[in-house]
Design a binder for this molecule. Structure first.
Ligand code: PLP
Length: 420
């Protein structure tokens, strides 16, 4: 088969045999991307959910420039540096009370691997044999082996099945069936004595922007507490204002035992992730016995430039106007979504905080829905970065997007629904 592109690059989540020439982007500014041919594209999905305050936010850019000229990399075992120390201290002030230690890594997936290893390391080091992980149906936690193991099985990972470990899956708490989920969690905890339950709080992202209310999150945490099962909150997507509050767990007044944050941690400028945990999880590894060490690292752990970007991001979050901007975006999103709530072409029209999603009715719903790529192509033609999850169209823009941009986005969604 003749390749459709000349570039040697193998892109992520891309079927190159079906992909037209890649759009080359040369510049980003606020909610916009600029292509090599001069086209201005509205980034309606924050470049895979990472860009929160806008592309090339001046405070973040300047922090990166400043740090790059002073210290750009240092081994993080036996050494530390101010940007990492400041990020860790600030993070603990912003995240739910009770989280006391911060472990750095480089991506959402690695923050999940770290969380799973912390959980199993904890049980191992306190001498209890607990290894089972409980997960929620339709979850996505990343593409490394452990993260795939705790995510939904399907077309994404069928080839790697033999590498994945077994987990117990409880049903997604769809509206009206929340109690089934809670009962399943309680019964699993009682019968299997698992090590941990990992969950995306309030919204399951890649699983189709599936939303559930805070009270369910709260009750799931209570069940885990009752059975002494570690509760891991994967806030990789939901963190940093997306759901209306800084973190999703806040809305349920939940302090997870372990929490993963990434994506918007640097405002979307550089790859960085953290896994936070309660003191007793750290303490279970704290010993004169070197065998109890937490054996995890990557070369760029807590890279100083990425940490400087994160520090600038945290400074932006200390400014009240950032949360106000999130609140106004949530209102704008609700207004823009309103006409679709009674539009018979769509179903399951929903919003949590700044994220909206709606399912286009089709005979073959799901991630591989045939209309997915068609919708994507239409949006691309209209200079919009929207990447439907099958027949689910969602809008997750940077917080600086304007009402005019949103009007353009939703009018394109309506036109695309007609076109397909
Ligand atoms: N966890 C959740 C909830 C995610 O949405 C994602 C990515 O979308 C990940 C983990 C993996 O993050 P990364 O792509 O940075 O590895």
């Amino acid at each position: 088969m003749t390749p459709k592109t000349k570039s040697p690059i193998w892109h992520p989540f891309t079927q190159h045999a079906l992909q037209d020439e890649m759009t080359k982007i040369v510049r980003g500014d606020g909610a916009y991307l600029y292509a090599a041919d001069g086209a201005r594209i509205i980034d309606a999905i924050s470049s895979w959910w990472v860009v929160t305050h806008g592309h090339c936010h001046p405070q973040i850019v300047s922090a990166i420039q400043d740090q790059a000229g002073r210290l750009n990399q240092i081994i993080f075992a036996g050494y530390t540096h101010d940007p990492a120390e400041e990020v860790a201290t600030q993070l603990l002030k912003l995240t739910p009370a009770g989280l006391e230690h911060v472990f750095f890594s480089d991506s959402g997936s690695t923050s999940v691997e770290v969380a799973l290893k912390m959980a199993l390391g904890y049980w191992h080091n306190i001498g209890k044999h607990r290894t089972r992980i409980v997960v929620m149906q339709h979850s996505y936690h990343g593409d490394t082996i452990g993260a795939m193991s705790v995510g939904a099985r399907g077309v994404f990972n069928v080839a790697y099945g033999p590498l994945l470990f077994n987990v117990t899956t409880i049903p997604f708490p769809s509206k009206g069936h929340e109690q089934t989920t809670l009962d399943a969690l309680a019964s699993t905890c009682r019968k299997e004595g698992p090590a941990a339950f990992i969950v995306e709080p309030l919204i399951l992202g890649a699983g189709g922007m599936l939303m559930y209310p805070p009270w369910v999150l709260r009750e799931m945490k209570q069940i885990c507490e009752a059975y002494d099962v570690l509760f891991i909150a994967d806030e990789v997507m939901t963190g940093w204002g997306r759901v209306g509050t800084l973190f999703a767990c806040e809305q349920a007044s939940v302090t997870p035992d372990i929490a993963c944050y990434s994506k918007g941690l640097t405002g979307g400028a550089l790859p960085l992730a953290v896994t936070l945990c309660r003191a007793d999880i750290f303490d279970a590894h704290y010993s004169k016995d070197r065998a109890r060490t937490f054996f995890h690292s990557s070369s760029y752990t807590a890279n100083p430039i990425a940490c400087a970007a994160a520090k600038a991001n945290l400074d932006l979050w200390r400014d009240q106007s950032t949360l106000q901007r999130v609140a106004s975006l949530a209102t704008l999103q609700e207004q823009a979504l309103e006409p679709f709530r009674t539009d018979s072409r769509f179903t399951n029209v929903r919003r949590t905080g700044t994220i909206t999603a709606l399912d286009l009715k089709t005979t073959d719903p799901g991630y591989l829905a045939s209309i997915g790529p068609k919708l994507g192509a239409i949006f691309k033609d209209q200079a919009l970065l929207l990447r439907p999850l099958g027949n689910t169209i969602y809008v997750m823009p940077p917080y600086c997007v304007t009402a005019t941009d949103l009007a353009e986005i939703y009018s394109a969604i309506s036109d695309a629904a007609d076109a397909v």
